[in-house]
Design a protein around this ligand. Sequence first.
Ligand code: GCB
Length: 625
Amino acid sequence: MSLKINMKTLKFLTGLLFAVSAANAQTNLITNIGDRKTLSLNGAWQYIVDPYETGFYDYRYKELNEKNGDAYWNTDVPENKTAKKEHGYIDKYTLQVPGDWNHQDPKFEYYEGTVWYKKSFDYKKANAADRVFLYFGAVNYKSDVYLNGKKLGAHKGGFTPFNFEVPEGLLKEAGNFLVVKVDNKRYADEVPTLNTDWWNYGGITRDVKLVEVPKTFIQDFVIQLTKPVNGQAPSKQPGVSGWVKLSDAPAAGEIVTVSIPELKFKKQFTAVGAQVPVQFKLPKVRLWSTENPKLYNVIVSTSTDKTQDKIGFRTIEAAGKQVLLNGKPIFMRGISIHGEIANEIRRAYSHEDALQLLNQARELGCNMVRLAHYPHDEKMTRMADSLGILVWSEIPVYWTIDFGNKEVLAKAKVQLNEMITRDHNRASVVIWSVGNETPISPTRTDFMHNLITEAKRLDQTRMISAALEVNYSALKSSNVVDDPLGEFVDLVAFNEYLGWYGGLPDKCRTTNWSTIYNKPLFISETGAGAKGGFHADSLTRFSEEFQEWYYKEQISMLKRMPDNFVGISPWVLTDFRSPKRNNPLYQEGWNRKGLYDDKGNKKKAFYILQSYYNEIKNKQTSVSK
Ligand code: GCB
């Protein structure tokens, strides 16, 4: 029988293929990048601002051919003095990488569009047979990457890492010409979508590296304590389940070794294929906790490659009405944080930035942070690992995503995959969140359920959640969180702004909260705006006194929460830029719900939350004594 494929069948087959690959969105991400042999490509990059995308399309708006001399990925050096070149990269126009473009030159303040970045570099491989990848910590939002005139690939998603392999023979020892087209325009069918309550900082916002690895290398691995069963604490010699993923199927008999020198532990596994399951019992180990964030050096090696990471061992579980860290109930004294350094009006990217933000949270008395509304720089989760701070990590499925669109789901899955892959060995990360304040509808619930299923497929050891929404107009004195998504999450989390968006703070006196789900309940946001330094009576909006009153009333309400209340991450650590906030006296393009203002000063409400957290901390330590 001959198979005739017409256009319709072809379309159907392509659609099927797309749906299958979207359902199993895989990533070829190289993890633990800090321990690889790398060349940093950070620093000054020359740029061209290209709002019309002249470097990408011809005058009929057709994509330029790869070899076309007008394309901005091709050399800007004219062949001779009569040759015409209408683009060029010079030092007069440079941007620092990592870093958003918006804060680097006033002309970029509100720019959303395309900027071409160019970097020249020399590189000699340490071993001729090695493979080389180009790694980006994050580029917001779409990037098209070209090396020496050849396209290496494209990536969408502004907050997660990706890498492309450099084809053999393309890299030169001197004078490589690397060009990245970065486009941060917003679209209705992207993730996030058109509408967000934060500024859309554009650019190569995180580290860029050239990574050299052997032919068959250790691409990724998971070394984590086995998922706890029904509230059990880890035993004295807890079990580890995980896997090591090699870049390619190795030669027969390849051995993968996992060792932890401090524990005098070493175990070998024979690889059958590229994905090698590893299971073992650890010797007596000090568990990672918020009080004692112990990290061990874990070495994974094969006959050709070796990488080591600092890993903390702990279990986390939503069990009945509680969240158990290492089998013991924990109350999460959290704060929500944007990945932004307000006093410099820019994206956060460095160790110092991570330390600044997490130290501010610690001063508030936090043992947990909600990294909103997108995955933050890897330095944040690593810093949280070493400081003993629990982390909620989230993908930017925010508000009105195009939930009915399968391609949007596929895009969200890619970001989910990249977020989890990058951080699946971080002890600090205890919650993967699949989104924020998504409006209830059957289509939305299917979309979100799909993401939850994907998150569970990728990681069975952490809690999955999403920040749910409450409807203020319907608020009665007893509010029940019953969003149908609650059925699929491990932790029922909701945002409430009673007293800011719904009435005045004294409404908290007569309001109680609960959920229909027999699960732990978490308040993922609450907050009120105040302009730092503006003082008035507590009824005056945007005064520090109003915000202080709001927090006082909220905290009295929290004290009446049911026994499944496991924590809160108020909104927000620091004022952050938002073009939606246009009160000319108090906001001026800033969301003012920070407990620190944009200059780093504490507002009055800071001290109210701090004393609530101290009270909880003291109670908990006296109970555990
Ligand atoms: C929310 C959103 C957050 C906003 C905040 C606000 O519920 O999740 O992104 O910034 O409210 O200030 O209104």
